[in-house]
Write a protein that binds this ligand. Structure first.
Ligand code: HEM
Length: 508
């Protein structure tokens, strides 16, 4: 009965009609019509060098990742803005444009229909995928939760417990063993998954238990985000839409993954309702108290997992990769820890974590070069002109590109490719950059709500790990990162490391 209900809920999101007429209508007419509209709106063929390279993927001969190719084009552009005609996509790395899109003309640049369709099956009406009043309401509720001092301090307690009882014992268990190669990316994904679930729903999935259990939920979640991101990369929307109606290939896999996610999300909500009168309040219980719309609650659950899991894991993975290649930075972090945290102290306090300026600078610098969300797109509602003079036609996709922005000489100076935490410090004190130059957490009206929480989480992990262990990347000649296609930056092949116990620390 339960699974029947879940199935009907699932089906109502996917294929509302199944008679032969509707099948014909959806498989033939709608795609043809959308292709026709698409070709009216965009140039479907363009012979300029950039579009040819885009269509034939010939850029991949010279660049490891698509984001590196875009960076190259943006670095060469006089205005730091480019337009990929065949994709109808204006991409910018110009801070004045970013401020214009994210603040000054915020109302003209919503997420827009095309993206909410691409991510709609996975995210539904969750905060990441909606505009207008639906967004405003969720943002208000989430701000209340994330802005509270009490909530922040109990979030820190959760993180500290996860580190003490799971992360550290796991690293000790592999340290010094010959076969002790560990995929740090996988470890951080498990770690941040446990944390975001505890924080948002008050439930512990235990993904980072010593046995590293296989989580079907986490697996389905990975698959669904990857396949949803692939929809956005298709040359035209009608390609995935046809596959979706026919239920074939990647769309079939996506449907199955979302089905698994829905079953588990439903379980989370059921348990939350049972515990409704407990003192353990969290984000989901705020929403459960005001709505009994299962589908809406499910969407909120999914958006928060997406917000807090992959982003933090991605940031931690590239941070440890950079440290392994920059021992001078690691030494300076250790010096700061030695000065600020007593030798016999089991775990740093929240106050101490907040005052680690050099570590804060190193993490910010790491996300400058490797932002967890590499680009973010909006859709222009009306014709507009960006501050750099670029004309934007109504309906155009407009993308700001934090990955490229972290590599612009005009923003960071001639040493922009160096990993240099010092650029964030003035007389040893951390100084934040203008958020429109560094939109790693987005900026303006829809700025990330979990920024402080994420920074405390990352700093806590860095302190606990660096005090106890030496981490060496287990990959000879591993000079550049290759990314998997996805919504957040994920290293292809993970981050295999060898862990060694440091002799100077007092112990677990
Ligand atoms: C290093 C970690 C993180 C990074 C780099 C990051 C970055 C971002 C970015 C770029 C956005 C805008 C996305 C978009 O609109 O498409 C965003 C939105 C958001 N983030 Fe984060 N995030 C991080 C961690 C977190 C955590 C841990 C939480 C929750 C506990 C969180 C909660 C949110 C929420 C709720 C939004 C939606 C805001 C809105 O649409 O009004 N984030 N984040």
């Amino acid at each position: 009965m339960e699974s029947e209900k879940t199935l009907s809920f699932f089906q109502s999101r996917q294929t509302p009609f199944s008679s032969p007429f509707f099948l014909f209508f959806f498989t033939i007419l709608i795609p043809l019509l959308s292709f026709f509209l698409f070709s009216l709106r965009h140039k479907i063929w363009c012979n300029c060098n950039t579009c040819r390279s885009c269509i034939t993927s010939s850029w991949s001969k010279d660049f490891d990742n698509l984001c590196d190719w875009y960076t190259h084009l943006l670095q060469k552009s006089r205005t730091q803005t480019i337009h990929i005609h065949v994709l109808g996509n204006t991409i910018t790395a110009n801070p004045s444009n970013v401020e214009h899109i994210l603040k000054t003309r915020f109302d003209n640049y919503p997420k827009g229909e095309p993206f909410s369709m691409i991510l709609g099956d996975l995210l539904g009406h969750g905060i990441f995928n909606v505009d207008g009043n639906l967004w405003r309401f969720q943002r208000k509720m989430a701000s209340l939760e994330l802005g509270s001092v009490f909530v922040r301090s109990s979030a820190f307690d959760n993180v500290a417990t996860e580190i003490k009882t799971r992360l550290i014992p796991l690293l000790y268990s592999v340290a010094g063993k010959n076969e002790g190669v560990l995929d740090l990316q996988d470890v951080f994904r498990r770690f941040s998954f446990d944390n975001i679930c505890k924080f948002s729903f008050g439930l512990d999935p235990g993904c980072l238990e010593l046995t590293l259990p296989i989580s079907h939920f986490a697996h389905s979640f990975d698959l669904a985000t990857k396949l949803s991101a692939e929809r956005a990369m298709a040359a035209s929307q009608w390609i995935w839409k046809i596959k979706r109606v026919l239920n074939i290939g990647s769309e079939r896999k996506l449907r199955e993954a979302i089905h698994q996610i829905n079953i588990l999300a439903k379980e989370v909500i059921k348990q939350r309702r049972k515990l409704a009168f407990s003192t353990n309040q969290n984000l989901l219980s705020r929403f459960v108290a005001i709505t009994d719309n299962e589908s809406y609650l499910r969407d909120i659950v999914i958006s928060f997992i997406l917000a807090g899991r992959d982003t933090v894991a991605s940031a931690l993975t590239s941070f440890f990769w950079l440290l392994a290649n920059h021992s001078e930075v690691e030494l300076k972090i250790r010096d700061e820890l030695d000065q600020r945290i007593q030798e016999n102290q089991d775990f740093a306090t929240l106050e101490q974590i907040r005052h680690l300026h050099y570590l804060h600078a190193a993490i910010s610098e790491s996300m400058r070069l490797y932002p967890p969300i590499q680009f973010d797109s909006k859709f222009a509602q009306e014709d507009d002109t960006l501050p750099d003079g670029t004309f934007v036609k109504k309906g155009t996709r407009v993308t700001y590109h934090p990955y490229a922005m972290g590599r612009m000489e005009a923003i960071w100076g001639p040493d922009f490719m160096e990993f240099k935490p010092e650029r964030w410090l003035k007389s040893g004190t951390f100084c934040p950059q203008c958020p429109y130059k560094y939109p790693v957490f987005q900026a303006g009206i829809r700025v990330c709500l979990g920024k402080e929480l994420a920074l405390v989480e990352m700093k806590s992990v860095a302190v606990a790990v660096l005090q106890r262990f030496e981490i060496k990347v287990d990959r000879v000649g591993y000079a550049a990162i290759r990314f998997e296609p996805g919504l957040t930056a994920t290293m292809k092949g993970g981050l295999p490391v060898v862990v060694k116990e440091r002799s100077t620390h007092a112990g677990p």
